[in-house]
Write a protein that binds this ligand. Structure first.
Ligand SMILES: NC(=O)c1ccc[n+]([C@@H]2O[C@H](COP(=O)([O-])OP(=O)(O)OC[C@H]3O[C@@H](n4cnc5c(N)ncnc54)[C@H](O)[C@@H]3O)[C@@H](O)[C@H]2O)c1
Length: 260
């Protein structure tokens, strides 16, 4: 099995923490991000850190990883990097969508719905199809996506992302069902509320969310990107070979605790 992992959305938040953790575990990191302005400065810091940990076994691409053109353009490059060996992991950790309600002052449009579901849901399928076609997935490869409690709860501004999460979970289930026979597994990791850049974009009240989550969470804190990175690191071990088509919760029990 190859020593390389592919992270879609690897510059900040969960994706960045996972890149650093897997770099420490000894994997080479191939990652996409899509950052401009201040976000780009944070991205450059992450890239420098990953570069240092991996001693240069790291390739970051700043482009829209959800476009068909990017998938087609970069797969040959990824093949060159891994020397045609399958990837250990394809992780979808992209946060890019419209956060608005269905009704009211700024009702979501069809274009915004389509874009959000594509980037945060369907894009994982198209990446997986093309990596599989290119023999970049093999026995022991993992497909992972990040989901949230929004997969079954309605929340302020979260409607479009919520639909994308449900789509992603269905996609993961089906990928695992179809590719399990090749030893390739697909699972979702459900993170609790995590103070990242993406969270600040969901609602102006995100700080209140964080405070309420700390009270509601049985472990009295919010999830950290490092919690998720640790879970993903565990899921890459051979002991996790038989975990497939599942949702793994890494939220301190938050989703089992009543809403305040
Ligand atoms: N933060 C939370 O509370 C929380 C909870 C559960 C699940 N999640 C999920 O975790 C995932 C990561 O979110 P995060 O909180 O770490 O957010 P984040 O904003 O810190 O990270 C998002 C990453 O996606 C990248 N990105 C955005 N659009 C892209 C595109 N078109 N192509 C390539 N890269 C792109 C960014 O560059 C960045 O690396 C998302 O799917 C999010 O829904 C987050």
């Amino acid at each position: 099995m190859s020593e390389w992992v592919l992270i879609l959305g690897g510059s900040t938040g969960h994706g960045a923490a996972t890149a650093k953790r897997l770099a420490q575990d000894g994997y080479g990191i191939i990652a996409f991000h899509f950052d401009r302005g201040d976000a780009k400065k944070v991205a450059l810091k992450t890239i420098a850190e990953v570069n240092e940990i991996t001693k240069g076994r790291c390739h970051y691409f700043n482009t829209n990883a959800a476009s068909e053109k990017a998938i087609d353009e970069y797969i040959p490059e990824i093949k060159k990097i891994t020397k045609e060996k399958p990837l250990k992991l394809l992780l979808h950790s992209i946060a890019f969508g419209t956060t608005t309600n269905f009704f009211g002052e700024k009702p979501v449009t069809q274009r915004q719905m389509d874009m959000t579901i594509h980037v945060m849901g369907n894009a994982l399928l198209y990446w997986t199809q093309k990596l599989h076609e290119s023999e970049l997935l093999g026995n022991g490869s993992r497909i992972l996506g990040l989901t949230s409690e929004g997969n079954y709860l309605a929340m302020e501004g979260y409607g479009p992302v919520s639909v994308a999460k449900v789509a992603m979970e269905a996609i993961i289930r089906q990928i695992g069902w179809e590719l399990g026979q090749f030893g390739i597994t697909a699972n979702a990791v459900q993170a609790g509320v995590t103070p990242t850049r993406a969270l600040t974009k969901i609602t102006d009240n995100w700080e209140l969310w964080v405070e309420n989550t700390k009270k509601r969470n049985p472990m009295r804190r919010t999830t950290t990107p490092e919690d998720i990175a640790g879970t993903i690191s565990m899921l890459l071990k051979p002991d996790a070979d038989f975990i497939n088509c599942s949702i793994i919760y890494c939220d301190g029990g938050e989703s089992r605790s009543g809403i305040l």
